[in-house]
Write a protein that binds this ligand. Sequence first.
Ligand SMILES: Cc1cc2nc3c(=O)[nH]c(=O)nc-3n(C[C@H](O)[C@H](O)[C@H](O)COP(=O)(O)O)c2cc1C
Ligand SMILES: C[S@@+](CC[C@H](N)C(=O)[O-])C[C@H]1O[C@@H](n2cnc3c(N)ncnc32)[C@H](O)[C@@H]1O
Length: 399
Amino acid sequence: MAQHRLNVQAPIERLFARRWSTRAFADTPVEEDVISSCLEAARWAPSCYGEQPWRFVVANRFTDRDNWQAVLHTLAEANQAWAQAAPVLIVAVALPYFTHNHQPNRWAAYDLGQAVISLCLQATAEGLATHQMGGFDADALRQAVQAPAASQVMSVIALGYATAASAAPESMQAAEVQPRSRKSLHEIAFQGQWAQPWQAAAALGWEARYQESDADSLPWFHDGLDDDIAEALARLERNSGRVLDWGCGPGTQAVALAQSGFDVVASDVAATAIEGARQRAAKAGVNIETYVDDVRNSRLSGPFDVIIDRGVFHCFPEEEDQQAYRQTALRLLADDGLLILKCFHRDETSEQGPPCRYDHQDIIRLLPEFELLDSWSTRFGAACGPLAQLCILRKKDNS
Ligand SMILES: Cc1cc2nc3c(=O)[nH]c(=O)nc-3n(C[C@H](O)[C@H](O)[C@H](O)COP(=O)(O)O)c2cc1C
Ligand SMILES: C[S@@+](CC[C@H](N)C(=O)[O-])C[C@H]1O[C@@H](n2cnc3c(N)ncnc32)[C@H](O)[C@@H]1O
């Protein structure tokens, strides 16, 4: 089954992240009791006036093939192409009149939607996949399930166990493994008024990233000291001193530096990352000081002989954040302090990765209070990893 990582902007329950609409269903029946649980979750959805205007008709290929087929045949051709593998098709129907006064219920479709997402999330919790469809011939579908004339046949929910993307129709397989995306929070939510986009703290996105995956599965995870950082320290002939591993993430660099004899402070804006770094240091039997801290507004005190930035500066597209980064670096570094900075290279074109990519000239321009001592183009991780730029910078005398 394809794994669809969400690029969340704030931590969410894993159940929400695990729900997605597959087009690759396994040829496996769904137990009736499990279907009952999904319907039961829908039953407990909220509704206007407590009307519960939702109705569900379950067509099960393994218990009544003709009924299931009748529903399948009302679907749009493109939907039939993949839905023909789904063991269960559930027709979701809204009753658009209030029973207490027979007036139109303009919230009926809204309420049905709430019940449907409850059903889908219960299915997700049961290890099942769902895929809703609006593409069908409504009259034919109403006929197929004998729904009342006054009802609104709103959607068909395919329900079953997801399997490998290769089980989906060929033209749909690529979509199965595409990363999923959504509009940004600032496009869909507002602070008080429409003109005030909701601003979610960037730190929440990082925190979510560390909560949702094991640190060693993150693309930047590198056990042991990064070769370029080791090379930079060797060229500088540094093997001791007070080092700050900025945006330390899983803490692999901090631990490796402590093992090499440096006195290490490690900080990151994500509390879960810092907890992981602490545990990593304890396991390795080294002492590092750890802090949850934002490089743009740091509570740390210097002076540090060296700051290591492996993949942090390139996370800041905004000029004010870059400026705050520079100011903090200047404050925390000793007079002749060094900044070893590794970032994505401007020639790296992959869609995945940080918003900013630089070469050494960009870095000189963006960090004018630093002089560039040395730099080279390199990669992150393996020989085929993303192109990277390594810069060794020293705080200028007058800074
Ligand atoms: C009301 C509704 C109608 C939809 N109709 C179709 C459809 O006819 N065919 C289809 O392949 N997907 C359909 N979808 C699925 C959406 O395309 C899908 O939910 C959306 O792309 C988000 O993907 P996700 O569910 O994996 O997050 C529908 C979803 C909803 C809620
Ligand atoms: C690409 S990861 C690199 C992690 C680590 N340096 C490594 O090499 O494994 C970027 C890290 O920067 C951290 N980060 C992002 N913005 C930050 C900020 N404003 N202050 C501190 N850390 C930040 C993230 O939480 C994340 O751990």
